[in-house]
Design a protein around this ligand. Structure first.
Ligand code: ZN
Length: 162
């Protein structure tokens, strides 16, 4: 990972070593499986949806450091948020890692998630970073499985927010 910034590396390594909300959620009423065949990342996102708010969220799975760290930070970012807020965040994250959103020039809700902006330089890594978000999106939509296979960087923000 020598090509990545030091801060980025520290955060990724920390979340990879100690992933947050890394467990099966017994109270979940939604879950979805995500798979990134390019890298072999595999994860399950569990969600307790109450009305339109994510009361609790967790994940399990295995994969590279970026996919795991991204999932860990994703769960921290969406817990307690409404469906609408989460869809906005998902859209912003996706546009940031695919280079459509300049996180420094455009106001956004990404906060610490901007640490993943660097993956836009590495197309293969974009799917590692966005897998957990696509899986979360699938769980919210009531789908059981998702794969990054047909969710390439060419997906438009209109499709994402649809
Ligand atoms: Zn990966």
């Amino acid at each position: 990972m020598s090509e990545l910034s030091e801060l980025y590396q520290q955060v990724i390594l920390d979340h990879n070593k100690k992933p947050r909300n890394f467990r099966k959620l017994e109270t979940a009423n939604r879950h979805a499986d995500g798979f990134n065949p390019l890298c072999g990342d595999q994860l399950t996102v569990y969600m307790q949806l109450e009305d339109d708010r994510i009361a609790d969220v967790s994940f399990e799975g295995s994969g590279c450091a970026i996919s795991k760290a991204s999932a860990s930070m994703m769960t921290q970012s969406v817990k307690g948020k409404t469906r609408e807020e989460v869809e906005t965040l998902f859209s912003e994250f996706h546009r940031m890692v695919t280079g459509e959103l300049d996180e420094e020039a455009t106001p956004n809700n990404l906060g610490r998630l901007t640490i993943f902006a660097g993956v836009r330089e590495f197309p293969a890594r974009v799917k590692c970073a966005s897998l957990s978000w696509h899986t979360l999106h699938a769980a919210l939509a009531g789908e059981d499985t998702t794969t990054t296979e047909n969710l390439g960087p060419d997906i438009t923000s209109d499709q994402v927010s649809a």
